[in-house]
Design a protein around this ligand. Structure first.
Ligand SMILES: [Zn+2]
Ligand SMILES: [Zn+2]
Length: 368
């Protein structure tokens, strides 16, 4: 452990007043509100510890006698007792050595983004409006009126804690509790920023530009690190999560990266076959129907599905054929069909295994 006098930068015969002044000077540089670095926080702790010992006449005497890590009254033991006490009796809130910082990480935010299926195929760009907390423009997150700064709390001397000796079964132990005057921050903001009421952040609507990758599906959450709420007192931003919801499409549905749809064709087309053009989500597609194509046949158009979310390429477009039987025939048409049936030797209706799989799905959708 470093020498307490060296830590504070004072002579061994320094007066109490000199020690106090040295501590104040260092606390102003190293206090976590002013200097958020981890190094500064460690140094602040040792400076505060040194001050605790040297500002108390009795402890200083004992420290001087015991020297470096000798058998004397080392303040480290005090600290340990304090921690044990807190562990047993739940005081102080998590081993409250040192002041707590006003800076905290902002909260995460969750927004739902609705997309159309055609936006999912290739991905899309959106400017999302987020109602959130942003850093206060007046004080830049310092919480103080411009030109002012937090001052070290006189009651706890910037430690954020009040030490008390308490009699217990273990003997006299030191307990620390958060300073009531500064609420444990170690500093007091005498002139809070008017714009943000000393919070260091204000509510605002903010535009967040986002690139939504191709292939997202309903329920998927995109994480945008640092795009959430600004933290209090200039603390880092939380994250923004965007939950995807892909809107229902009247024609196309999705099976992973594949797109599904049904093509209704008249009975005569099914018999004679044809080449036809259909409008897919990403442009026209020429579809060839062979003569004699059956209801439930699947035409697979390669690489016309959704772009894969991870990796390359696209899924397929699968088109289920649905043959439509005419329901209303005039007299002449009925005669023609009857003549056809008489001439064409059709087998009698017969049972076969129930058709599972995609055709059943497509048919259900068609009927539903
Ligand atoms: Zn402000
Ligand atoms: Zn205080």
């Amino acid at each position: 452990m470093a020498d307490h006098y060296e830590v504070l930068g004072v002579a061994r015969d320094a007066t109490t007043d000199e020690i106090k002044k040295a501590y104040r000077r260092l606390a102003r540089q190293l206090h976590p509100d002013v200097n958020p670095g981890a190094d500064a926080s460690e140094r602040f702790k040792s400076v505060t510890h040194a001050y605790d010992v040297l500002s108390d006449a009795k402890q200083r005497q004992q420290y001087d006698r015991g020297g470096q890590g000798g058998g004397g009254f080392d303040n480290g033991q005090f600290g340990n007792f304090g921690d044990i006490f807190e562990t047993f009796f739940g005081g102080g809130g998590g081993g409250s050595r040192g002041p707590r910082s006003r800076r905290e990480r902002g909260q995460d935010a969750l927004l739902r983004v609705e997309l159309d299926l055609d936006e999912v195929i290739f991905g899309t760009h959106r400017d999302i409006e987020v109602d959130t907390a942003v850093v206060c423009g007046t004080c830049s997150g310092t919480c103080c009126q411009p030109g002012t700064a937090p001052v070290t709390c006189d009651i706890c001397h910037g430690t954020g804690n009040i030490q008390r000796a308490v009699r217990s079964l273990l003997g006299n132990v030191m307990t620390s509790s958060p300073c009531g005057s500064c609420r444990g921050y170690g500093t007091i903001i005498a002139t809070p920023c008017v714009t943000c009421q000393g919070q260091g952040r204000v509510r605002a609507r903010r535009k967040v530009p986002i690139d939504i990758p191709a292939g997202v599906d309903t329920g998927l959450r995109l994480q945008m690190p640092g795009s959430g709420e600004a933290g209090p007192a200039g603390g880092p931003n939380g994250d923004l999560y965007l939950e995807m919801k892909v809107r229902h499409h009247d024609v196309f549905s999705r099976d992973g990266d594949d797109l599904l749809c049904t093509l209704d064709i008249p009975m005569t087309t099914a018999i004679l076959g044809t080449t036809t053009t259909v409008a897919a989500l990403d442009g026209d597609i020429e579809v060839q129907l062979r003569p004699g194509v059956q209801s439930g046949e699947i035409l697979t158009i390669k690489d016309r599905g959704v772009t894969k979310l991870r990796g390359n390429g696209r899924g397929d477009l699968r088109i289920g054929v649905q043959v439509l039987t005419p329901t209303k025939l005039d007299h002449k048409e009925r005669e023609l069909i009857e003549a056809f049936a008489a001439r064409h030797k059709v087998p009698a209706p017969s049972l076969s295994h129930f058709q599972q799989g995609l055709f059943a799905k497509l048919r259900d959708r068609f009927l539903g």
